[in-house]
Write a protein that binds this ligand. Structure first.
Ligand code: N01
Length: 564
């Protein structure tokens, strides 16, 4: 059970019931749910000049979602499901952006969104039990609840290369790609980074009429063919006929995807048997390949066989055996770094105008005015594309200067890594909820499934608190410690901690090494958070205001929180 404290109240009025940050998949649905289903007053603040979140910023050539389109969507609205028809097996960035604009307009959300506005600070006022949110236009607004919907990969990361700013050519980061496009013709181009973004942008740049493309790779990846294709009316009517079942299966699965794992393990199978099983899935392409063996991510023997199968495919595809060997991953297990999909990535290295620099052999020493100097050569470029990833999971949250009770900053609290209760809330930060925050399944799932789970849970919780005159809600320290310990315990049963990945915070030197998402499974996680809600928000301290006022009318007053 949660504990409820009754406190004396004083009159106060916040500007809004809820302020949300971020107009991507999460924030848009959160706004709809709170405004249209609960009738609350809501303001959504968005840094960009339009909706879209990730899909607004990542407009690099080749940007496409690795989740299949028919499951990379909202499931909450039958009309939207019927009206929207995806054109390809995987939705490209422009199509996802168009979809989010369609949903925004369909639900008439724009009027509650303040675009072109960045949150620069948020602080919790204990006496009023409300948040004050500051923005870069110098304004402040207040709300009882504060919901961050800022995405997990929204703070681009550029490594601090020696003399990084001395390069005088064009520089772009995939996560902040110019919306009016980039001209590649006749240029000498460098791409640094071979994660999911690099693997998508590299073949697209190579297709252009360029002079040369040089890829700087630190860790080779295991990329599986996407095998994208257009969806025709036949595909679509089959999806529509089975949509309820498909979406239910996605929501009840471990990764938010409705694909069955076919075999329990490869441990006792010969490599020949493994090849026979994997080959059709390789031909089918996509994440279905990853889901062939149930114990892929916990059993090194199974994983090594699947990893070896992918290595064989790379060696077969790349003509130059020396180049192929550089592209073959050897130092980590398949899927312990985010497993990318590809369209002609490995084939690109058979092109004359493409070369590869392995920076583990010849590290980047510094940037120079004309390009990049490695330990063995000077490489001259007109353009450098940084596909170097993100300050993932916590970067955007920590950069917003969030201050909870007693001026505690989120940065101080998470100095040794994120600590949350259920990946939704943090002790010391009452009335604040995070959609797909650290320690929730988020990036280890098909995101819209996790987003819907969170938005619905947060909305139900806020509705419950408002209906019951709860002025402040905060997870208990013990509940948070138990959840954090559980996260670590589950992660340690897997192979994930064996790789240097952004899941482990390892892509950024100063960050603490800790596994940041929750790997217990979307289905298990959903059951857990539902049980917490059913047990009257077990693990939270609730502060009840003593008031006769209608909580949706005149604002009830407030409360003094109990100390730790
Ligand atoms: O970033 P990343 P991303 N010198 O961090 C390299 C999602 N996403 O933007 O592996 C040289 O994965 C780094 O090397 P290493 C998806 O969840 C989804 O590609 O650290 N290289 C790595 O190769 C994804 O996982 C989609 O050794 C350096 C690369 O830069 C996440 O976003 C599409 C370096 C960074 O890879 C992030 O993907 C795109 C240095 N100093 C993204 N520092 C889809 O759904 C870093 N690197 C399709």
């Amino acid at each position: 059970m949660s504990s409820v404290t009754e406190v004396n109240t004083t009159e106060y009025e916040a500007d809004y019931d809820v302020v949300i940050v971020g107009a991507g998949f999460s924030g848009l649905y959160q706004l709809h749910r709170l405004r249209d289903e609960l009738g609350l007053s809501v303001k959504l603040i968005e840094k960009a000049d339009d909706v879209g979140g990730t899909w607004y910023w990542n407009q690099y050539p080749g940007a496409q979602c690795d989740s299949e389109s028919h499951i990379y969507c909202y499931s909450f609205n039958e009309d939207i499901l019927e009206e929207w028809q995806w054109s390809e097996r995987y939705p490209s960035q422009p199509e996802v952006l168009e979809y989010l604009r369609f949903v925004t307009d369909r639900l008439d959300l724009r009027e509650n969104i303040e675009f072109d506005t960045a949150v620069t600070g948020a602080s919790f006022d204990e006496t009023g039990s409300q948040w004050t949110i500051s923005t870069d236009d110098g304004s402040e607004i207040s709300s009882q609840f504060f919901v961050t919907a800022v995405g997990c990969l929204s703070e681009p990361w550029v490594p601090d290369f020696n003399k990084r700013d001395s390069f005088e050519g064009e520089s772009y980061h995939t996560g902040r790609w110019p919306h009016d496009g980039v001209e590649f013709t006749d240029k000498r181009i460098a791409v640094i980074g071979t994660g999911a973004s690099g693997i998508q942008v590299i073949p697209e740049v190579a297709k252009e009429d360029i002079e040369h493309l040089t890829v700087f790779q630190r860790t080779p990846n295991y990329a599986v063919p996407a095998r994208d294709r257009p969806l025709d009316d036949g595909d679509w009517s089959e999806i529509q006929d089975n949509y309820d079942r498909i979406l239910r299966n996605a929501h009840e699965s471990g990764f938010g995807m409705p694909f069955e794992t076919a075999y329990p393990t490869a441990e006792d199978l010969s490599m020949e048997e493994v090849r026979e099983i994997l080959e059709p899935r390789w031909q089918e392409g996509g994440f279905r390949f990853m889901l062939t063996f149930e114990d892929l991510i916990i059993n090194p023997e199974t994983n090594e066989k699947v990893s070896e199968f992918v290595r064989e495919q790379i060696r077969e595809t790349v003509d130059d055996s020396e180049m192929a060997e550089k592209l073959v991953p050897k130092g980590h297990y398949y899927a312990t770094k985010r497993p990318p999909l590809h369209t002609n990535y490995y084939q690109t290295f058979n092109e004359d105008q493409v070369s590869l620099v392995d920076v583990t052999e010849t590290p980047i020493e510094r940037m120079i005015t004309s390009g990049i100097q490695t330990t063995d050569a000077i490489h001259e470029f007109d353009m450098i594309i940084y596909a170097t990833g993100f300050d993932a999971m916590t970067g955007t949250l920590l950069n917003m200067d969030i201050q909870g009770r007693n001026g505690l900053t989120l940065e101080e609290k998470w100095e040794d890594g994120p600590q949350t209760y259920l990946g939704l809330s943090a002790h010391g930060f009452p009335n604040m909820f995070t959609v797909t925050g650290p320690q929730s399944p988020s990036v280890l799932s098909n995101m819209p499934v996790s987003i819907e789970q969170h938005v619905e849970w947060i909305s139900d919780a806020i509705g419950h608190f408002v209906d019951n005159d709860i002025s402040a809600v905060e997870p208990r320290k013990e509940a948070e410690e138990a959840w954090t310990a559980h996260n670590t315990e589950v992660a340690e049963q897997t192979l994930y901690p064996t790789a240097d990945s952004w899941y482990m915070n390892e892509n950024i030197e100063d960050k603490p090494t800790v596994f940041t998402p929750y790997i217990g499974g979307v289905d298990v996680y959903h059951q857990t958070i539902q049980e917490v809600a059913e047990k009257e928000y077990e693990g939270f301290d609730l502060t009840e205001s003593i008031t006769d006022l209608d909580p949706r009318g005149d604002r009830p007053a407030l409360s003094v929180m109990e100390g730790d």
